[in-house]
Design a protein around this ligand. Structure first.
Ligand code: CA
Length: 232
């Protein structure tokens, strides 16, 4: 069963999300507080995707829940539910490990498309056939495509599944300018309806993890007005 955690304090919105996810074939685990969400994750380690509302009445908001989940789990897909578009700056600034965000009010189609996109990528992991050569090397980086892990100078770099997919795309196309649309299409899937900004958010975060100096990146460089490129 495809399990999704839904953290939302407003019961009518939570029911709306749950009904639509069930209709799309997911099993839902519900939580109304951050504590409950973390407890449910401990009880259900097979949850593959978590939807986290940001604005919660307790001390622990959705960002904090996200941080705590990521501290021990880099594989799970995380989608933030945001209240207004005006919060975007805050969202992008504070996004400490989410893969995507959905702005309220959202349609059932939009919601399930986002969950499907994340789920497909994570679910794919277990079906990846074992190939003879399951590494992509670009010193000092080494990507293991079987375990979907990244190393820099022999040290494991903790990356989310989205960040891994972006790294793979770059390392397979070194020196090639990739448009933001192209990155989005490959990493998030062709049916993805999200905003291009999510590409920038993930790349900014990836730079913090892989660059020697994230302010002057030398691995993931910006191609102004177009997108990004691996190398200078
Ligand atoms: Ca709320």
């Amino acid at each position: 069963m495809k399990k999704v955690l839904v953290l939302e304090d407003e019961t009518n919105i939570r029911s709306f999300v749950v009904i639509n996810l069930k209709r799309a074939g997911y099993e839902t685990i519900e939580a109304g507080t951050g504590e409950e969400a973390l407890e449910q994750l401990r009880r259900n380690p097979d949850i593959k995707v978590a939807l986290l509302d940001i604005m919660l009445p307790d001390e622990m908001d959705g960002f904090e829940v996200c941080r705590r989940i990521r501290a021990s789990n880099s594989k799970i897909g995380i989608i933030m539910l945001t209240a207004r578009t005006q919060e975007m700056d805050k969202v992008t600034g504070l996004m400490t490990g989410a893969d995507d965000y959905v702005t309220k009010p959202f349609s059932p189609a939009e919601l399930t498309a986002r969950v499907d996109a994340i789920y497909r990528r994570i679910g794919d992991r277990e079906e990846t056939p074992v190939s003879a050569d399951d590494t992509v090397r670009y010193p000092p980086f080494l990507l293991n495509t079987r375990n979907r892990t990244l190393e820099k100078n022999g040290q494991r770099v903790k990356v989310t599944q989205v960040e891994y997919s972006i790294m793979k795309l770059f390392l397979e196309n070194p020196g090639k300018a990739l448009s933001r649309e192209e990155i989005m299409s490959v990493v998030w899937g062709k049916d993805y309806f999200g905003e291009l900004k999510i590409v920038d958010v993930n790349i900014r975060r990836l730079r913090l993890k892989i660059e020697d100096d994230p302010q002057t990146p030398k691995f993931i460089t910006t191609v102004w007005g177009y997108g990004y490129k691996w190398g200078r």
